[in-house]
Structure formats: C-alpha cells, structure tokens
Design a binder for this molecule. Structure first.
Ligand SMILES: NC(=O)c1ccc[n+]([C@@H]2O[C@H](COP(=O)([O-])OP(=O)(O)OC[C@H]3O[C@@H](n4cnc5c(N)ncnc54)[C@H](OP(=O)(O)O)[C@@H]3O)[C@@H](O)[C@H]2O)c1
Length: 263
C-alpha cells in the first residue's frame, strides 16, 4: 500500500487522528497539505515529516465564508488533490439543559458545516477529473446517542445524512466518499471538548483514557480509504454497545447513562 504521487489534504492535522494520519501517509509517500488553526503546531509537524513534500495551510474552519477561497489555495499547491481527509472536529462534555445554544451552533459549524463547505467547493474539481476521494471523520456518536454529547452527536448524525446521500448521488462517478465512525480513541478530544458555556473541558475523561491507540486507528482509516470502503467503523468494546442498542435497547440506555456520566 503506497500513496506515492498522491496529494492528500488533511484538516485537523495538528493533533490526534489527523496528525497521526499525516505521519503515516507521509511514510507511505503522500504529498500532504496540512490544515488546522494552529500554525505553530503545523510547522513543527512539517519539520518532523521530512520524507515527502508538505504544504501548510493554516485556517480557522469556523470562518465558513472563506472556505471556497481556502479550497482554491489548497488546489493551487500542486494543481490537483486526490484525497481530502476531514478530521477537524470538536466534541462536547455537558448535559443538554446546561448547554448554551451558541455551543450547539459552534459544534454544528465545525463538525458539519465546515466539512460540507469544503466538500461543496472541491466537488467540481473531482468531477472534472472524474476521480478523488473525500473522507470525513464522523463518530460512533454519529450512529447512536451517548450522554453529554447532544450537540456533538447531532452534528455527527448530520454528517452521516449529508455524506451518505452524497454517496448515492455520486454512485455513477469515480469520486468516492468514505465515512469513518471511530469509537473512543486516545487523543485530546475530551480536553478540547466544549462545556455548556463554550469553555474547554480541559480533562481526559474516563472514556477517552481507555480509547484505542491513535496509531492503530489511523492505520485502519488508511487501509479503509485505500480499499475504497464507503463506511469505516473503528471500534473495540463499543461493538457490544451497538449490538445492545439494536437488540436490547433498554439495556443500552441503562449502560450508556452509567458509562457516559462516569468521569
Ligand atoms: N478521539 C475520539 O475518541 C474520537 C472518536 C470519534 C470521532 N472522533 C473525531 O475525530 C476527529 C479528530 O478528533 P481527535 O480525536 O483527533 O481530536 P483532537 O486531538 O482534539 O484534534 C482535533 C483537530 O481538529 C482541529 N480543529 C479544531 N477546531 C478547529 C478550527 N476551528 N479550525 C481548524 N481546525 C480545527 C484541531 O486543530 P487546531 O486546534 O490546531 O485548530 C485538531 O487538529 C474529530 O472530528 C472527532 O470528532 C474522535
């Protein structure tokens, strides 16, 4: 499995899953475009990835209006892009009734509207060359609900709706969509999650601590994308929760309530 001569644009490349994808894809020969809002972290990563060509494109994805220009800038680096992996995202750690409406809007902007806007802007390029892959990192919370994540789960469910429908629309083209549904992965996701007033949670919670190692997760994502999978589910024990949700829902809600509120 090699990505030589492939151009891969990764959002959320400064941390966690996106950063690990950048490291592994660089080792596999890909030319990379790295995006996040933190220029310093991206430059440090660029200095560490010396085996392939790396472009840094710093951008705050809350600025939705500028995304069409951002996509033009990304395309200008190499004149073409083969893969867009959208990993930028923010979670939530607050009960529904404690969460301000502005936090719900922020979660929708970063997790749903930003990947949507990038996709809308890059699709004409992919359609023109009749190829290209758009991968979006959703979450198991994009399939089932889990406590303290009403806004996060809603945004990731929206991701599923948009990108699955797009998969249907693009069926006869060679542009592919991959939706990734990770369970708990050991990254800074809970530290960076928003609490009800919009501040950061700042802690690695119990669920995050027992998460899958991020290098294992990134390897599974890359293998899935390489094989052209439309759906990539990356879970360990969460598989049981999912099974319960389907076959014994009353037990699922009992366990999710207890596990989700344990911090
Ligand atoms: N870790 C898990 O357990 C888990 C499980 C399921 C799904 N996911 C999903 O996986 C993706 C990656 O999460 P992670 O675990 O790697 O979390 P992370 O370590 O907190 O990384 C989040 C990334 O998103 C970027 N980001 C956040 N706000 C941004 C903004 N306004 N503009 C540009 N970039 C922004 C961050 O970059 P800057 O802060 O530098 O801007 C960072 O690179 C997310 O979509 C998340 O929902 C994670």
């Amino acid at each position: 499995m090699r990505f030589d001569s492939k151009v891969v644009w990764i959002t959320g490349a400064s941390s966690g899953i996106g950063k690990e994808l950048a490291i592994q894809l660089s080792n596999l020969g890909a030319t990379l475009i790295l995006t996040s809002s933190n220029a310093v972290l991206l430059e440090i990563l660029r200095s560490e990835l010396q085996s392939t060509k790396i472009h840094v494109l710093t951008y705050d994805l809350f600025d939705l209006d500028g995304i069409p220009t951002l996509v033009e800038q990304a395309l200008a680096f190499e004149g073409s892009i083969d893969y867009v992996i959208q990993s930028a995202g923010i979670s939530q750690r607050a009960m529904a009734e404690d969460t301000d409406i502005t936090v719900y809007k922020k979660l929708m902007d970063i997790n749903y509207f930003a990947p949507l806007a990038i996709t809308q802007a890059i699709l004409p390029h992919f359609k023109m060359k009749n190829s290209g892959n758009i991968t979006v990192i959703s979450s198991i919370a994009g399939l089932i609900g889990f406590p303290l994540r009403t806004g996060y789960a809603a945004s990731k469910h929206a991701v599923k709706g948009y990108f699955e429908t797009l998969q249907c629309e693009l069926y006869k083209t060679k542009t592919t969509i991959s939706i990734v549904y990770p369970g708990r992965i050991n990254t800074n996701i809970s530290k960076n999650a928003l609490i009800g007033n919009g501040q950061q949670f700042g802690l690695t919670d119990a669920n995050n601590k027992v998460g899958m190692e991020v290098d294992v997760c990134a390897r599974k994502i890359i293998r899935g994308i390489y094989k052209g999978k439309k759906t990539i589910i990356i879970v360990k024990a969460e598989r049981i929760l999912f099974w319960l949700w389907w076959f014994i829902p009353s037990l699922y809600y009992k366990i999710a309530h207890a596990k989700g509120l344990e911090n």
